[in-house]
Ligand binder design. Structure first.
Ligand code: FAD
Ligand code: N01
Length: 533
């Protein structure tokens, strides 16, 4: 134990959550360090370097709000910035706030075990180091644990294999190559058009057809940027009052209160405008099946309009509730299937068959290619946590406590795991929101809480089981009133075989969630057990 490093707070992850948490705690005088398995900061934007990777919340709002100087000085170049630009921004933040001395890269946290006697987390890394910290903060990301399905024969494939969430740092050249892509989620939607421009042939293996709304990406002009910056306080305050913290206009009426023609005209305008605001055109696409059917039909007609070959168009038509899975944004996705070098292969019930040295079997056919791209997503929300051996009171493993699905109070803490916080954990709005303000909200709440513990000489904080269970129940109840349960989405864990089907993010909206968190703190951390030193 002699060579263990003693800290007040250990932060796991140096993405946007970890960076701000580190800045905040250091500013309060705590000895804190952020560890990351990556060799750079930026999290998502460090790992996801696949061609076409960019965010789909507008750049002017997909950024930190906590520092006016930062907000005003950083210049975005596009409506939706590319991965490399967002990564530059993350590095700029680390430089600007001099965070580097307390960031330790190339270090994967293997275990975190709570020592009840000392009220300390003992954290061990794959580099053989040990840290002892009063507080352990998991800034490990909702979409950071790659889902690499256990395809039979995958290791036999002799060509190059890429996962979109673990893309190489050096540029990947697909020129003249035959490429197989498995998956048609948001990552694939961005990558496929880019890969198809280079490759000699692309075969796309589709398990579920995807709704894709145009992004309509474009350069940002200086005047527009200046105007938004001048109005940041007002625009950001307005965004905070919306369901997901998005700065997009939201309709106030039901899609069923207008004629079908008027509904189509409104959707047509939203389609041309591009962006995730499409489903906000009316208030009830997320809760009313009949309203939702109108939006579904609109997108299906667009697909038929864009795709030349009627058979391919038919295969591309999504059949599930729109917005049930995460909506994808992209430019040219459907049009890419008009290219002669792109083939779409819908997977039948049997899915991907055996992978061979030079291709795979699927849908009763054999396909040959040089490279295989797994655009198969993530073990979302719980994956990064369950890959760490986390043990709380009496050695209880987090994976055991969450056997039937994750259980957190407010998505921030879990009963039996004192002084262990998660940023955007299961039970918080996280992935249903613009994650930058959501991350900031969590960081500020956690920092406020730790400050309170210090001021009041409190040794441990931990949610009461009843408060946690009632929050989980409330989350399930709110989710069951929406249409999100009607498809096999990663929100429900349905993309990972064996994962319990539980709707993981909190779907009650940002305003009520933030109100609840503020009320809990104002009442002296109501619902939490506080143990004095
Ligand atoms: P991450 O950025 O995931 O960072 C977590 C870090 O923790 C990683 O660097 C990881 O290496 C590290 N880590 C995990 N486990 C360990 C361990 N055991 N030991 C050491 N380090 C560990 N959100 C939006 O709001 N808008 C968007 O447009 C948007 N676009 C996205 C596009 C893609 C391709 C993806 C994958 C996600 C997107 N997201 C988007 C969600 C995105 O993840 C968040 O916006 C945000 O970047 C999350 O930041 P984070 O710091 O919480 O987590
Ligand atoms: O992952 P996904 P992603 N056999 O899970 C298929 C964010 N993001 O990386 O739908 C065959 O969405 C799977 O099929 P199905 C965003 O939050 C944002 O694309 O499960 N296929 C699906 O088609 C997003 O939601 C942006 O039936 C298999 C695909 O692989 C999240 O990250 C860009 C399979 C996985 O799609 C994840 O997106 C990128 C199997 N065994 C990502 N397993 C923006 O633009 C899985 N699939 C902001």
């Amino acid at each position: 134990m002699a060579d263990a490093t003693r800290l007040d707070a250990l932060i796991v992850g140096a993405g946007f959550a970890g960076l701000y948490m580190l800045h905040k705690l250091r500013g309060m005088g705590f000895a804190a360090r952020a560890l990351d398995a990556a060799s750079g900061v930026g999290g998502t934007w460090y790992w996801n370097r696949y061609p076409g990777a960019r965010c789909d919340v507008e750049s002017m709002f997909y950024c930190y709000q906590f520092d006016d100087g930062l907000s005003q000085e950083w210049e975005w170049t596009e409506r939706y910035p590319a991965q490399s630009e967002i990564l530059r921004y993350a590095n700029h933040v680390a430089d600007r706030f001099d965070l580097w001395p307390d960031i330790q890269l190339n270090t994967r946290v293997a275990s975190a075990v709570y020592d009840e006697t000392g009220a300390v987390w003992r954290v061990e890394t794959d580099t053989g180091e040990t840290f002892l910290a009063s507080y352990c903060i998991m800034a490990t990301g909702c979409l950071s644990a790659a889902n690499r399905p256990d395809f039979e024969g995958l290791d036999d494939f002799e060509g190059r294999v890429f996962h979109t969430g673990h893309w190489p740092h050096e540029p990947v050249d697909f020129t003249g190559r035959r490429v197989g892509v498995i998956g048609t989620g948001s990552s694939a939607v961005q990558a496929i058009p880019e890969i198809a421009r280079q490759a000699s042939h692309v075969t796309v293996f589709q398990r579920t057809a995807t709704y894709v709304i145009p992004a309509n990406n474009r350069p940002l002009d200086a005047g527009e940027q200046r105007d938004i910056k001048a109005r940041y306080p007002e625009l950001r305050a307005a965004a905070r009052k919306t369901f997901g913290g998005f700065a997009v206009p939201t309709g106030r009426e039901s899609a069923l209160s207008v004629s079908e023609e008027e509904c189509r005209e409104t959707l047509g305008r939203a389609w041309n405008q591009g962006g995730i605001g499409f489903l906000n055109s009316y208030i009830d696409f997320g809760i009313d099946e009949q309203a939702n059917v109108r939006a579904q039909a609109f997108v299906r007609d667009k697909i038929r309009e864009i795709v030349d070959d009627p058979e391919t168009a038919e295969k591309l038509l999504p059949r599930h509730t729109i917005g049930c899975k995460r909506l994808s944004l992209g430019d040219d996705y459907y049009a890419t299937y008009n290219r002669p070098n792109v083939e779409l292969v819908p997977l039948g019930e049997e899915g991907i068959g055996r992978i061979a040295v030079d291709g795979l079997t699927a849908a009763g056919r054999e396909f040959r290619f040089d490279d295989l791209v797994l655009a198969t997503g993530f073990d979302a929300m719980t994956g990064a946590l369950s890959r760490i051996d986390i043990r709380g009171r009496s050695g209880m493993a987090l994976t055991k406590a969450w056997e039937a699905g994750p259980r957190m109070y407010l998505g921030l803490m879990s009963s039996g795991f004192p002084n262990l916080f998660a940023i955007t954990g299961p039970g918080s709005p996280s992935v249903l929101s613009n994650m930058m303000p959501t991350i900031e909200h969590h960081v500020e709440w956690i920092a406020g809480c730790i400050g309170f513990l210090r001021e009041n000489d409190i040794r441990e904080i931990e949610p009461h089981l009843e408060a946690q269970e009632s929050w989980v129940e409330h989350g399930n109840e709110v989710a069951s009133r929406t249409l999100r349960y009607t498809c096999s989405s990663w929100y429900l864990g349905a993309n990972v075989p064996g994962k319990p089907r539980v709707f993981m993010p909190y779907i009650g909206g940002m305003p009520s969630y933030m109100e609840k968190c503020a009320a809990v703190a104002a009442a002296g951390y109501e619902g939490f057990e506080l143990t004095p030193a």
